[in-house]
Design a protein. Structure first.
Length: 87
């Protein structure tokens, strides 16, 4: 399972509070790669935990990091609008 770093936390919080069209306009290749590889995996595992009871502990990790359930949902929605496969 992937760990949740401070950078991951900040990235997820940015996704949760940002407009995808603005993010996409300012996104460089390195940011896009990080979103695809690291953040996408975390959000996918979080999504599976909350929809299929996959047995991970992402909800607990998110709450400890100050990411609410609504923040998690908003980050997933934003990532999807950016073209990241979450399901």
């Amino acid at each position: 399972m992937t760990d949740l770093s401070l950078e991951d936390i900040e990235f997820i919080k940015i996704l949760a509070t940002s407009d995808a069209t603005i993010l996409q306009a300012g996104m460089n290749n390195a940011t896009r790669a990080r979103l695809d590889v690291q953040i996408g995996v975390i959000l996918r595992e979080y999504y599976h935990e909350n929809t299929m009871n996959s047995g991970t502990d992402w909800t607990e990790k998110f709450l400890k990091a100050g990411i609410t359930e609504d923040d998690g949902k908003a980050a997933i929605a934003c990532a999807r609008r950016l073209g990241i496969d979450i399901s």
